[in-house]
Write a protein that binds this ligand. Structure first.
Ligand SMILES: [Zn+2]
Length: 376
């Protein structure tokens, strides 16, 4: 099974479940593993579970006989948030929603801001003028708002500086009563020995291709199982890598696409060449090239629909990512809203051919030449 739908964490989850049941849960943990394999997702789901009133008050004294009979599947089945108590309701975080951070008052999360090279000390022990009166360590030492556990997740633990790590040592050594701190890093070698020695370490492995493909489908990042499998094969068991593979180059190509589409007249041959080159660069698997072309067509479709609206109401200033291109189309006055509708038709037609597995260069060329003819 996949505990709470998260792949590859059953063993770690059952260790937490067992420790929780026996009331022997430690306070300081270090999660180690490559990026994009589900460490943060698991940490959030674990926090939700451990905060749940039903789970946190659950314990069972047992004989050694009942212990051996208990299998880990049953253990995991019991180790679930009830979704009814006040704690569960507060923790409005949904495993499928991705990066959203939970909102529970006794849950704290810090990570390295994108523009910083290290985890800022302030996040751990407060701003200079409020040292030790705010920040993560301070929060963990306060009485729990909901009267239960307090849980902190420190992401990007690879990026502690010495001062930050030192500030955290005391909290890791002796976590305040009923508080749990989880550090997330990519490799044990990147953690300071002083931190490593104070935490119980759990390792997370890369996802299998099948698991990764299933996640991609479930999160609707791809449309077909074939696409999911092809992206998974390129991504070395990491969802992060898969996301890069899905979006890489596409946003850069958008600029080229919109520039070409807003030319008047359009340059059919040149445009077809650029688009074919972009589609080919998706890789040697046909399913990936088809996916990329379908994306390009979908973007073009949205673009022509926006162009139609802009041409219908030329007095309104266009907004959004198409705005500069649409203004240009409206200004040069050669295109009518009727033309934009014809472009929509041509694009829908081309998309249908892609889905029918017509030869891709042929679809691209026919589409680009027809658009160019319309723009003359
Ligand atoms: Zn609950």
């Amino acid at each position: 099974m996949a505990w709470q739908g998260i792949f590859g964490v059953d063993e770690v989850a059952s260790r937490f479940a067992r420790a929780n049941r026996r009331r022997r849960l430690g306070g300081s943990f270090l999660f180690i593993g490559p990026g994009g394999v589900g460490k943060r997702t698991f940490a959030f789901a674990l926090a939700k579970t451990l905060l749940c009133s039903r789970v946190s008050s659950y314990s069972e004294v047992e004989t050694s006989e009942s212990e051996t009979r208990r299998d880990s599947a049953a253990e995991l089945e019991r180790f679930q948030p009830c979704r009814k108590c006040e704690n569960c309701k507060q923790f409005e975080w949904n495993v499928d929603s991705g990066a959203k951070v939970p909102t529970h008052p006794d849950f704290h999360y810090v990570c390295k801001p994108a523009d910083k090279s290290l985890l800022p000390l302030e996040l751990l022990i407060g701003e200079k003028d409020a040292r030790s009166r705010s920040g993560l360590c301070f929060e963990l030492n306060q009485t729990a708002f909901m009267g239960g556990r307090k849980i902190a997740v420190v992401d990007d633990a690879d990026f502690f500086n010495l001062e930050g790590a030192n500030a955290l040592l005391k909290t890791l050594e002796e976590p305040p009563p009923r508080s749990i701190i989880i550090l997330i890093g990519t490799s044990a070698a990147k953690q300071l020995p002083t931190i490593r020695s104070r935490c119980q370490t759990f390792r997370f492995n890369s996802l299998s291709n099948d698991a990764l493909a299933e996640i991609l489908l479930r999160q609707k990042k791809v449309e077909t199982p074939e696409e999911a499998a092809a992206i998974a094969r390129l991504s070395a068991g990491s969802l992060e890598e898969a996301e890069k593979a899905l979006d890489a180059d596409f946003s850069a190509f958008q600029q080229i696409l919109f520039t070409e589409l807003s030319r008047s007249p359009m340059k059919g041959v040149e445009f077809a060449g650029k688009l074919c080159e972009f589609v080919d660069a998706a890789g040697k698997e046909a399913v990936l090239r088809r996916r990329r072309l379908r994306n390009a067509f979908q973007e073009s479709l949205a673009f022509f629909r926006a162009a139609f609206l802009a041409l219908e109401e030329p007095d309104k200033n266009p907004v959004g990512k198409y705005a500069p291109y649409l203004s240009q189309i409206v200004e040069n006055g050669r295109t009518s809203s009727r033309d934009a509708l014809d472009c929509v038709e041509l694009t829908l037609d081309a998309m249908e051919k892609v889905d029918r597995n017509v030869n891709l260069p042929y679809v691209v060329e026919a589409w680009a030449y027809d658009l160019a003819a319309l723009s003359r």
